[in-house]
Write a protein that binds this ligand. Structure first.
Ligand code: DAH
Length: 360
């Protein structure tokens, strides 16, 4: 029987020495597995005489039970220890501050913010949004807007042209948002009240010009629409946008091919102390161009100018953003510097609303 007691001692020692469940499983297989030592012993019983088998069989089974018990006990000890170790290593320190997620770090660009502000203000006045493509036809960007071929006003736009196509026409990057006026009049029946915010392009670059910039166009086409309406809308817009109770505006005669009469609008401000404040002071700042839509444009878009009148305006969104949020260099707006954006940007959930304020 000494072989059995040697096997017992060896197996029980191995069980006690197992430090994890995988090691214990190896010991179990080497003892009780199909090819294990105890299984091998049991396989020898068949060749024995009945008396021998009785004695030897009982002894092997006692050994088997002992080993099984020892395996079971060690297993539960190791299981408990593993659980304890896991609980220790996975403890959560609930007093730690939460980590900033993308929504906290990310910022809305001032241009997007101002577009949202404009939209909130004009939507409240009953305007909807109209859109057009950045790549425009010469016809919509110029001809239908009453820029005759060869007119010097075309040259003033520093246009980016594409190569001419086979039919001789050439596409361009729209130089203003005014072609969306054309698209809207061709697609909708009056009354029309839309604003068209978007990107515009001109071949120009310095501290106050970038080759890509943003404008918002406004268009109203309605029987009986007149300059008084235009003036009121622009005044209400400026008060809401600059968040001041009153502003003075001055309308200066100007020229645009697509409006008659045409005006440029300055708003009252104070520049004392190098800081611009709106709604006070004796200085003026130009913020937009506007006018009554030229009868030729109304006609070019399939409407009868004797029946419908309308007015339009166009403002530089980048300029509005710079004025409102004290940004001095236009070019920085488009450099994509994350430090600039975290300084001038807005939190994603601070959505501008008239009720909550469009101040950002
Ligand atoms: N499209 C003009 C520009 O880019 C701005 C403008 C002026 C738009 C008068 C208008 C308008 O709709 O009526 O210089």
């Amino acid at each position: 029987m000494s072989d059995l007691s040697a096997l017992e001692t060896e197996t029980l020692t191995q069980i006690a020495a197992s430090t994890d469940e995988a090691a214990l499983e190896t010991v179990r297989l080497s003892a009780l597995g199909k090819k294990g030592a105890i299984s091998a012993l049991l396989a020898t019983l068949g060749k024995m005489s009945p008396e021998e088998r009785k004695e030897r069989g009982a002894a092997i089974n006692v050994l088997k039970d002992k080993v099984s018990d020892a395996l079971g006990q060690r297993k539960s000890v190791l299981k408990k220890a593993a659980l304890e170790a896991r609980l220790k290593s996975e403890t959560v320190d609930v007093s730690l501050p939460t980590r900033e997620n993308g929504q906290d770090i990310g910022r809305i660009h001032p241009i997007s913010q101002v577009m949202d502000e404009l939209t909130a203000i004009f939507a409240d006045m009953g305007f909807s949004i109209a859109e057009g493509p950045d790549v425009e036809t010469d016809d919509y960007n110029f001809t239908k807007l009453n820029f005759p071929l060869g007119h010097p006003a075309r040259e003033m736009h520093d246009t980016f042209f594409f190569n001419p196509s086979e039919d001789g026409t050439r596409k361009l990057l729209r130089t203003h948002t005014s072609p969306v006026q054309v698209r809207t009049m061709l697609a909708q029946k009056p009354p029309i009240r839309v604003i068209c915010p978007g990107r515009t392009y001109r071949c120009d670059s310095d501290q106050t010009h970038t080759p890509m910039f943003h404008q918002v166009e406004g268009l109203v086409i309605e029987k009986g629409a007149h300059m008084g309406h235009l003036k009121w809308i622009l005044e209400e817009f400026c008060k809401a946008f600059f968040e001041v109770p009153h502003v003075k505006m001055q309308f200066r005669p100007s020229f645009f091919p697509f409006t008659e009469p045409s005006m440029e609008v300055d708003i009252q401000c104070s520049r004392k102390g190098g800081e611009i404040r709106f709604g006070e002071g004796t200085d003026w700042l130009e913020i937009l161009g506007c006018g009554m839509v030229h009868p030729n444009v109304i006609r070019n878009c399939g409407l009868d100018p004797d029946e419908y009148t309308g007015f339009a305006w166009g403002m530089g969104i980048d300029r509005l953003a710079m004025l409102k949020y004290g940004i001095s260099d236009l070019r920085q707006m488009f450099e994509g510097d994350v430090r600039w954006l975290s300084h001038y940007g807005f939190k994603a959930l601070d959505v501008p609303t008239l009720a909550g304020g469009v101040g950002g």
